[in-house]
Design a protein around this ligand. Structure first.
Ligand code: NAP
Length: 260
């Protein structure tokens, strides 16, 4: 309890999966949370759940790839909360598992604009408010796919970009007392992961999840809460000497990809 008491946070993509678990946990630990997402119905559902558990939160419709929306929403959040200390850049979409020469410019732009440009825009418009609030913590959702290459080139590129942008911003904003760290989830059971599993193995999502889990050293795929707990640590003052770091939360998959 109270690990982020008194702080104000924005969680992008807060209506689902990892973002939802993060918004709920930050609120349970005392932060006032702006849930920002393109999915209004689920965003409002998350806020309702937080409020009914005694937490503080509000929903804002936000497309992170739209500069005008980011500017307007962040200004509105700051006006309403009067402070901003935590930004969780979580909104993201899957890529296209096909070779680069078969990837269209439209597909490339869609993934880069959401995952990379969206992170850039949110940092751009959050930093002035975090500075005015005396400093804080930015947590960027990369992926284990941002550490290695693979068959989804545009997704890897977007998440690799997020990883290095995090380290650059950590350097630039350290004098302003704003820390930047990236989180690198492995396979996590969220609506996004289930959609991909359904595409890979139509009608056999549970089997796909069991099979993938069996290939992870800890014997299962992750839960959104496994990632939210890492994000909470990086968002809180418990990590006050950590900046520019990358926190891999993948059940050991990248250190032992051959599995159990
Ligand atoms: P998710 O369940 O699909 O949740 C993502 C949320 O972001 C959804 O509500 C989605 O809305 C929203 N969103 C999509 N585009 C947006 C935009 N332009 N502006 C604002 N919100 C937007 O996904 P998740 O699995 O929790 O993933 C969260 C983050 O973790 C992503 O950055 C993802 O790349 C990363 N990650 C996930 C995994 C995994 O295995 N799940 C692994 C590594 C990294 P819609 O549902 O309407 O699209």
């Amino acid at each position: 309890m109270d690990r982020v008491k008194g702080k104000a946070a924005i969680v992008t993509g807060g209506a689902s999966g990892i973002g939802e678990a993060t918004a709920r946990l930050l609120a349970a630990e005392g932060a006032v949370v702006a849930v920002a997402d393109i999915d209004d119905a689920n965003g409002r559902r998350v806020v309702k759940g937080i409020k009914s558990s005694g937490g503080a939160a509000d929903f804002w419709h936000l497309d992170v790839s739209n500069e005008a929306e980011v500017a307007a929403v962040f200004a509105a959040v700051y006006k309403k909360f009067g402070k901003l200390h935590i930004l969780v850049n979580n909104a993201g979409i899957a890529g296209y598992p096909k070779p680069t020469h078969e990837t269209s410019v439209g597909e490339w732009d869609k993934v880069i604009n959401t995952n990379l440009k969206g992170t850039f825009l949110c940092v751009k418009y959050a930093v002035p408010y975090i500075k005015e609030s005396g400093g804080g913590s930015v947590v960027n959702l990369s992926s284990i796919m941002g550490l290695i290459g693979g068959g989804d080139p545009v997704y890897h590129a977007s998440k690799g970009g997020v990883r290095v942008m995090t380290k650059s911003d950590a350097t630039v904003y350290a004098p302003d007392n704003i820390r930047f760290n990236s989180v690198h989830p492995g396979f996590i059971d969220t609506p996004l992961y289930r959609k991909l599993a359904q595409k890979r193995s139509p009608g056999k999502v549970e089997e796909e999840i069991q099979g993938r889990g069996a290939s992870v050293p800890l014997g299962r795929i992750g839960k959104p809460e496994d990632i939210a707990r890492g994000i909470l640590f990086l968002a809180s003052d418990e990590s006050s000497y950590i900046t520019g770091a990358e926190l891999v939360i993948d059940g050991g998959f990248t250190v032992w990809p051959a599995g159990r």
